[in-house]
Ligand binder design. Sequence first.
Ligand SMILES: [Zn+2]
Length: 329
Amino acid sequence: MRKNYFAKLIRYMKNVYHIENGLNKLTDGRVNPTYDTAKAVTLVLLGFLLRIKSFNELNLMIKNNEFSKLFPRGTRLPLVDSIRDTLKIIDIKGLKEINEYIIKKAVENKVFENGTIDGCTVAAIDGTKFFGSNKKSCPECLRNKSHCFHSGVVMSIVGEGPKLVIDFENYRPGQDSESKDEGEQNVAKRLFTDVLRVHKSLIDVVVYDALACNSVWINHCRQHGVDTIVRTKNNNNKSIREVKKRVNKSEKAEVWTNERGFEKIEVYELVFIMDKVKEPLRFMKYAMKYQNKKRSQIMIITTCMDMEFETLFKIIRARWDIENSFLII
Ligand SMILES: [Zn+2]
């Protein structure tokens, strides 16, 4: 059964997304390599699809000829050492191009035609460390004492449908501070500008964590004509401190009962002016009471001035996965 689905999936990837076209174009600067880059990357991709736990597992599968039917008869496949050597020097630009093609194809095939949450196509941004080492390093490494590492920011679709990764951007050593929030926000701004240049009008709303709860991010999104939702943080921004105080004294805008997974949710809303932001913003607080009587709350600020309370909450749920916190309790 599994094999059958797998063969179908591979055929689909080939026929619809022409993955192997992109893979065949990948380069890595080696002269006359025994194995081409495409084969090494394809094997890793297949490993990911099958959720391998380690490169050793992948190695075993290659040795046992489990992938032989996916390649032309007689193809010699590289083993894990050669795959590692290839991955070390692979050209990231080629991988980005493959991803760009996949997103364009998905748009062309109307995958996002009806949006991902209540008609809006929503994307989320997150910073992450890709890998690190105390022994090895390269000129592109970020450093924390003797630890060398690579970090980046990733943008992906949230909501219904495929959660595609739209694009990613690496930190640039010396330019993006690796330890501070401003560093990540810098990378995120660059990523966002790039995504909007390549995939015009794909994204309606972009969601980001509390580190972007500041005028620089909000203005950046407004300049690009995309709405944003960010979590508020306990920061020293005077206008946010004030609106938080005001919201605690304000009337509930709405109360929902028996919402999926919750006993009760109280919704609060205020419109306010943030320091260094021209147009007004919306401040929302959702106070949630779970069925086991535990409570939590989430506060956001957003440029989505007309969006329904429900839709905003759906986006919050999709991004911060608050059902999970319910399940853990
Ligand atoms: Zn490095």
